[in-house]
Design a protein around this ligand. Structure first.
Ligand code: NAD
Length: 521
């Protein structure tokens, strides 16, 4: 049949990849630095979201496949944990250079399955590389603490030791970056790792696994098992797995947290979001509109830090905001990633497309005003793709489904607030607490906002306040289950266990040596 744009793109890539030979050979797993087919008979289809066509298949691991991979990681553990941190860092340095050198190739693989634009895909790889750079400093990060003379001749010191075999379970929306939030830090700390990526876009991870092997990582230290609930449950119940990092939706994250912790594991589960941008009457409206266009519609709104609610303070601010946003949203270029002009691509799946349409219909039913309706978009040649144009709702109220639920699509809701206090209260009352931002020229309002808001990551005139790699990423409330944020210093704490020694050395050989010397012959 006709080759889809994705197949053409994949076939045009340089270098070998299993899928270029036969796109319908299921992608398997990655173990001992090699691809591993597994024994599962269940597969999932991978679709190009721009065309709706099946472009690949991925094997869904059985419990036995998972057991084999975990056993491989367990066997690799003692040698890797005993490798000096500076040597582990050397692998990270080499890995970082390979990721940089292969960014274009990785971005192509990523966009072909996810649908996001190439600049967006390169951006997420760049942010992932920053975590690898952080992990290069692991000798410094693992330095312990020492107290001389906690009592007469007694010293005390603390070290952080690796946990063992740890697992990561990741979502479709950042198929390269979110896994990179996890395993560079985990591995640098001396753990071995099993990653279960999203079954919707696993190819980029498989290629990165090859690069990690090329960087000199010993066999068995980093492994990938593809799959769905069966593989996830096998990891959550596996007695060898010490800790689980999860990123994904709140219902699944809560389940992972409950089951994992019930099995005695350390779990961090980073989940869904509803990020508000508070706009004060004194804000620079051009800056606000630029910031909202990028943060609400970029990557089709499929970012856990996407701004999905704008809260202008005062009717006049709201009127100016909606008037300025409307033409900009209508002008957004919606197209597949293969079109260099594309500003946003399709959403990930038919299921996601249907959910977004359902929420938009509910918004209208419940009385919100749909100022820009992007639902009827048609792109010639891409009629079966999951495209949704930018949508703007005005006069949304906090009781509506479009406000309460995470939409994860290119839909922005304006909720008008009478006062600053009312706006802050609304943000604090929302069940999610991932990110938020205030736009203002007033330092006092900004300071009051970041100090009082019950949200994990706060921007002041910064719409998407994603912490840099050497800080840690994480939300509050139902946006994170567990005690640790991810990457940065919190990532090191999550991936290590504290051990504290108290030591006393009674006088022995030293006085004996002196006796021998003075005693002589
Ligand atoms: P998802 O919860 O559907 O899937 C995440 C992972 O869980 C995948 O690997 C999937 O295979 C697995 N999974 C799915 N159903 C499962 C089940 N029943 N049992 C066990 N495992 C299961 O999430 P998604 O749709 O891939 O990603 C989008 C979500 O991720 C959004 O809610 C978004 O906000 C969230 N997200 C959060 C952050 C953050 O840092 N807080 C970052 C990125 C994405």
């Amino acid at each position: 049949g006709d080759a889809s744009p994705v197949e053409c793109a994949l076939n045009a890539r340089d270098g070998p990849h299993p899928r270029t030979e036969n796109t319908m050979t299921p992608i398997g797993h990655f173990m001992s630095n090699k691809p591993f087919a597994g024994r599962s008979e269940r597969i999932a289809e991978i679709r190009n979201p721009a065309t709706g066509q099946v472009t690949g298949k991925v094997s869904l691991a059985t419990k036995d496949d998972v057991d084999l991979v975990v056993e491989t990681a367990r066997r690799a553990l003692p040698a890797w944990a005993a490798t000096p941190p500076a040597k582990r860092a050397m692998v990270m340095f080499a890995f970082r250079d390979l990721l940089k050198a292969h960014t274009d190739e990785l971005a192509e693989l990523l966009s072909a399955e996810h649908g996001k634009t190439l600049p967006d895909a390169k951006g997420e790889i760049a942010r992932g590389i920053e975590v690898v750079e952080f992990a290069c400093g692991i000798p410094q990060l693992l330095k312990g603490e020492y107290s001389e003379a906690v009592s007469v001749n007694v010293d005390s010191f603390s070290v952080r030791q690796p946990l063992g075999v740890v697992a990561g379970i990741t979502p479709f929306n950042f198929p390269a970056m979110v896994p990179l939030w996890m395993y560079p830090v985990a591995i640098a700390c001396g753990n071995t790792f099993v990653l279960k990526p999203s079954e919707k876009d696993p190819s980029v991870v498989m290629r990165i696994a090859e690069l990690l092997a090329e960087a000199g990582l010993p066999e068995g230290v980093f492994n990938v098992v593809n799959g769905d609930k069966e593989a996830v449950d096998a990891l959550l119940d596996h007695p060898v797995i010490e800790a689980v990092s999860f990123v994904g939706s709140t219902p699944i994250g809560q389940y992972i947290y409950s089951r994992g912790t019930a099995n005695g594991k350390r779990v961090q589960a980073l989940c869904g979001a509803k990020n508000h941008m508070l706009i004060m009457p004194d804000a620079d409206m051009d800056q606000v509109v630029d910031a909202l266009i990028g943060s609400a519609y970029g990557s089709a709104g499929e970012r856990c830090m996407a701004v999905s609610v704008a809260v202008p303070v005062g009717q006049e601010t709201a009127d100016r905001l909606v008037a300025a946003l409307e033409p900009r949203i209508r002008a957004l270029k919606v197209a597949p990633y293969t079109d260099a002009q594309s500003e946003l691509g399709p959403v990930i799946s038919q299921q996601s497309y249907d959910k977004i349409h359902r929420l938009i219909a509910q918004g209208i039913e419940q009385g919100a005003e749909l100022v820009v309706d992007g639902r009827d978009i048609t792109l010639p040649g891409y009629e079966d793709g999951y495209f949704i144009g930018g949508c703007l709702f005005d006069r949304v109220t906090p009781d509506m489904a479009i406000y309460l639920e995470e939409v994860f699509g290119p839909v922005l809701s304006v909720v008008r607030a009478e006062t600053y206090e009312q706006a802050v209260e609304m943000i604090n009352d929302h069940e999610y607490g991932n990110g938020t931002a205030i736009f203002t020229r007033d330092g006092d309002a900004a300071r009051d906002f970041w100090a009082r808001v019950r949200i994990g990551m706060v921007g002041v005139n910064v719409p998407i306040p994603v912490p840099v790699a050497y800080h840690s990423f994480g939300g509050w409330k139902r946006s994170l289950f567990g005690d640790h944020h991810i990457h940065g210093p919190e990532g090191v704490r999550f991936n290590t266990r504290l051990k504290t020694m108290t030591t006393r050395w009674p006088s022995g050989i030293r006085t004996g040596a002196e006796f021998n010397f003075t005693g002589g012959k």
